[in-house]
Ligand binder design. Structure first.
Ligand SMILES: [Mn+2]
Length: 384
């Protein structure tokens, strides 16, 4: 039996300029979670830790110090680490990121191998032979995937363990409308005689049905997704995949589970409040979202609708109260307004005025009432 631990799309070197106040915490968090991934790989007893591309975010501007930190964490793995260049950290021969990486690996004396040739990489583990076939990226984009050299080998069933490692979009799993990310089809992968395919590029886990509590048989194609959620665009908590391949003669059985490694969550929270004037509607909406507002949340809360006058006036206190629970919290409330009530109309407009009558008419249509109210208050300046 061979045990593998899969990660990828770690994107070290990403700068997180969009979050100036907490970027350092986000960057640190990604290192911490990566360390946790290595610990989990050791706890699982993995023979190989595989990074299926985009370990680094870029090919230039990755400092030696950053490279050394990543190497140090990987060096904590007790087996062999295999690193595949992805499309963000592609390898074509002389990329700076990999120069530093190789030098730092040598300096650390670590068992880390950069898969930078289109050739089978063979290893002996206990009594067994295992061969890895890397389909790494040599550029940022590619209309054609890098499976060609493996297909040409015309592999037939074997008693040796065979594992393909590739980076790129998978049809039906990764959105790649323009077909420029080394698109592969599941059929294409399954037609090649591999015991397992370890893929990177898609930032969420595949198969999504993998469980955390136990190993299950769910096909041969695996994509761990990023080890910690990267941005608002992808809703993954951050996982790695632990796999066991058992081979009997030429037939193999693959069992896998997901391992949660991510901590930081990017939360895109939308609160649409349709209050009928009862106080506390905003507070209640926040209360409901509270599970997503934790010390690990980088949250954006967009509030729309209308709330009662008192709560509207005190809204910033409520924002502060919940923002304090988060690592960072951005509130967007330009589309939240004060609910139009009869009292408010009476207070602000002459009883017989056109505005008062119109607003009275719309009292049961809060949204329309608000629009009219805003129009009147803007002095009739209507923006297209
Ligand atoms: Mn990628």
């Amino acid at each position: 039996m061979i045990k593998l631990f899969l990660t990828g799309d770690n994107h070290f070197g990403r700068r997180y300029e969009r979050y100036p106040d907490v970027k350092d915490l986000i960057i640190e968090g990604r290192f911490e979670s990566f360390g946790k991934a290595v610990d989990s790989a050791n706890a699982f007893g993995a023979d190989f830790l595989v990074v299926a591309g985009d370990l680094f975010d870029r090919i230039t501007g990755i400092s030696r110090e950053l490279s050394s930190r990543v190497v140090e964490l990987l060096a904590g793995f007790e087996g062999t680490v295999l690193v595949l260049p992805g499309n963000h950290d592609y390898y074509s021969g002389d990329e700076q990121v990999w120069k530093y990486f190789d030098e730092e690996c040598a300096r650390a004396g670590a068992d880390i191998l950069l898969l930078k040739e289109y050739k089978p990489y063979e290893f002996d583990i206990r009594e067994e032979k295992i061969v890895f076939y890397p389909a790494f990226c040599r550029s940022k984009h590619g209309e054609e995937n890098n499976l060609g050299w493996i297909k040409e080998l015309r592999l037939s069933k074997s008693t040796a363990y065979r594992v393909g490692i590739a980076h790129g979009a998978i049809e039906g799993i990764t959105p790649d409308m323009q077909k420029k990310y080394f698109l592969m089809t599941q059929e294409e992968l399954e037609d090649i005689e591999m015991d397992a395919w370890l893929i990177g590029h898609t930032h969420v886990i595949y198969p999504s049905a993998l469980e955390e509590k136990g190993l299950s048989e769910l096909g041969r194609i695996f994509n761990a997704g990023t080890h910690e959620q990267m941005d608002l665009g992808t809703g993954t908590p951050g996982f790695c995949i632990a796999l066991e391949i058992e081979k009997e003669r030429k037939n193999s059985k693959i069992r896998a589970k997901k391992v949660r490694t991510g901590a930081i969550r990017f939360e895109d929270i939308k609160l649409d409040i349709r209050s009928s004037g009862d106080e506390g509607a905003l507070e209640r909406a926040f209360k409901e979202a509270e599970p997503q507002l934790t010390k690990n949340s980088v949250a954006r809360v967009t509030i729309t609708g209308a709330i009662g006058a008192d709560e509207y006036d005190n809204r910033r206190d409520i924002y502060d109260k919940y923002a304090q629970k988060c690592l960072s919290c951005e509130i967007v409330d330009d589309e939240l307004s004060e609910l139009i009530t009869r009292e408010m109309i009476a207070r602000e407009f002459a009883e017989t005025s056109f505005a008062a009558k119109l607003l009275e008419e719309l009292i049961d249509e809060p949204r329309e009432a608000q629009m009219v109210y805003d129009l009147i208050n803007r002095g009739g300046k209507v923006e297209a």
